[in-house]
Design a protein around this ligand. Structure first.
Ligand SMILES: [Zn+2]
Length: 295
């Protein structure tokens, strides 16, 4: 008999290594063997909330609001999740919780984006419902439970894996890196297809970061618009019969030390998984570097 065994919450597959489990909800032992089981487990729950939304909209006579489609805009989604104006925590009596993110968009005719989601490590991990509305009455339906005092502080901003950033990197370089990261993310959100792995689930793939960096299938190098050297690490994986690529885009940062030869560091800018062969071709640009780079 094996003392430590975990069962996928959906398909009940037995797993012996906790590293193989994917978690969606903070502080909950509900773990899954893969993306597919996460999707299937939550599908009826998502459907239930969608039905509640439909009922509420029809009661308020706003079934077909013109702004509803705004929520499928990746930019709106990204802003609502990363810089919400309000966060509400809904908790039930057995300690399960979910979060409501609300953001007011004041473009031409203002509207609200509202997202119900689970958080894991203070980052949105699964979206139960996402909608857009101009109705105060509708948005007020979501304003209950505990209001998070400072949404900005509440959400974890640490989207680089721990230890990836060298603490000696100067502030100036850090700002440049932040700017590059934002530009990359904006480009990626545009280039991605709706069928690809959802942005809010990228966190679930962080465990592939280390092996991709240490043992990549391919490394490409290219110069970016600022003349900095970029390195793209790519590794293909298979999980539950689904193949995907994990990408890590790094920038080479040169740092001068007194009296010694200058040191060069490669700093990860961004990491993401993708199922999309076209995206793979688009992002593996530059010159193929043979062998793996270790600094
Ligand atoms: Zn499973």
């Amino acid at each position: 008999m094996n003392r430590t065994v975990y069962f996928c919450n959906h398909c009940k597959k037995a797993l012996h290594d906790i590293e193989e489990l994917l978690f969606v909800e903070e502080g909950s032992p509900r773990g899954f063997c893969g993306e597919k089981c996460i999707e299937q487990y939550y599908a009826p729950i998502v459907a239930w909330y969608e039905n509640r939304e439909r009922e509420t909209r029809s009661l308020l006579d706003i079934a077909n609001e013109d702004c509803k489609t705004m929520i499928s805009d990746a930019n709106v989604m990204d802003k609502a999740l990363s810089r919400p104006d309000e966060i509400w925590r809904w908790q039930n009596e057995i300690g399960e919780d979910l979060f409501v993110f609300i953001k007011n968009f004041a473009i031409e005719r203002p509207f609200y984006a509202v997202i119900m989601c689970h958080l894991f490590e203070r980052q949105p991990s699964f979206i139960l419902l996402a909608s857009a509305t101009r109705s105060e009455e509708f948005i007020n339906q979501f304003r209950s439970g505990e209001r998070i005092v400072d949404p900005d502080e509440f959400i974890s901003r640490d989207d680089l894996p721990a230890g990836a950033i060298d603490l000696e990197v100067e502030q100036e370089a850090l700002s440049a890196i932040e700017a590059k990261k934002s530009a990359f993310l904006a480009r990626l959100l545009q280039d991605r297809t709706a069928a690809d792995i959802p942005f809010e689930q990228f966190d679930l793939y962080e465990k592939y970061f280390k092996t991709t960096l240490e043992d990549p299938d391919e490394i490409y190098t290219d110069e970016d618009d600022d003349g900095d050297q970029l390195f793209t690490y790519i590794k293909a994986y298979q999980h539950n019969n689904i193949s995907f690529y994990y990408f890590i885009i790094c920038v080479e940062f040169e740092k001068e030390s007194d009296g010694e030869a200058e040191t060069r560091k490669i700093i990860p800018l961004m990491a993401f998984p993708t199922l999309d062969g076209e995206l793979y071709h688009l992002y593996r640009g530059g010159k193929l570097v043979s062998g793996s780079l270790k600094n």
